[in-house]
Design a protein around this ligand. Structure first.
Ligand code: BTN
Length: 247
């Protein structure tokens, strides 16, 4: 990774054979860590998914976390998530010719199966964002049959039919993230996030704190909200607890 090609992202890169969770370590470093620090682990023993779920992280995947410090209001933190989702999709498309879609808000799918996910954990300082730790998990060279079938998991090696170069993919992903990050909040990112969405037009069931919502996804708004059609009502869903695509 010596010829990373990025200007600032990953200039401080820390590689580990094993960690509990790259997000966990990144959070503990974030207060002092430089913006752009990247933590990578070959294996995670306590990988974290959204909503406190466990994230299975065997050898062969890409498990990394980035420390970012954009000077933005905390209310705009969703823009980071959007930009990273788009950037990871671009890296996979451009390098491997596979075409991942985004299942709102931050699952990466190929076909109907999950190939990766993003876990952003933020710290606020008053109304501003102090830092964001963004975890990127990609099932690169993994045999998904090792996972229970109801996880609906896949991997790049399964989809592409051969092992991928993780070094090349990490490099490309960091390059795309750096570019997208410099375009934070742009229409270009929003448009691509929306275009890559596999959720628009689908019937979904969302379990949120307030209960269960069922309806058809009409659109995704510029602020990252999901717009759900229920009869005459258009409901904005900000942080869906859990979303199930139907049909
Ligand atoms: C999800 O889909 O629920 C998000 C999964 C995010 C997994 C990545 S792997 C690297 C980083 N470290 C973690 O513990 N989690 C994220």
């Amino acid at each position: 990774l010596s010829c990373l090609g990025t200007r600032w992202l990953g200039r401080d890169m820390r590689l580990f054979a094993q960690l509990a969770s790259t997000n966990e370590l990144a959070i503990s470093l974030a207060q002092k860590g430089e913006s752009g620090t990247v933590i990578l682990a070959e294996v995670q023993t306590r990988g974290r998914g959204r909503l406190s779920r466990h994230w299975e992280s065997p050898s062969g995947g890409i498990w990394m976390s980035l420390i970012l410090r954009p000077d933005i209001p905390i209310a705009l933190a969703y823009q980071i998530n959007m930009a990273i989702c788009v950037a990871v999709c671009r890296a996979i498309s451009n390098l491997l010719g596979l075409n991942p879609g985004i299942k709102w808000p931050n699952d990466l799918l190929i076909g109907e199966r999950k190939v990766g996910g993003i876990l952003m954990e933020v710290q606020a300082e008053g109304e501003r964002l102090e830092y964001a730790v963004v975890g990127v998990g990609i099932n690169a060279n993994i045999d998904p049959s090792a996972f229970p079938d109801d996880w609906m998991a896949t991997s790049l090696s399964r989809e592409g039919g051969s092992e991928v170069s993780r070094t090349a993919l990490i490099q490309r992903t960091l390059l795309e993230i750096e570019r997208a990050y410099e375009n934070l909040g742009s229409m270009e990112i929003y448009d691509e996030w929306r275009r890559r969405s596999v959720t628009i037009g689908r019937m979904v069931r969302i379990s949120a704190n307030s209960g269960e919502l069922v309806g058809e996804v009409e659109d995704l708004a510029e602020d990252g909200a999901l717009l759900l059609r229920r009869d005459d009502e258009l409901v904005r869903v900000l942080a869906g607890d859990c979303i199930h695509l139907r049909g």
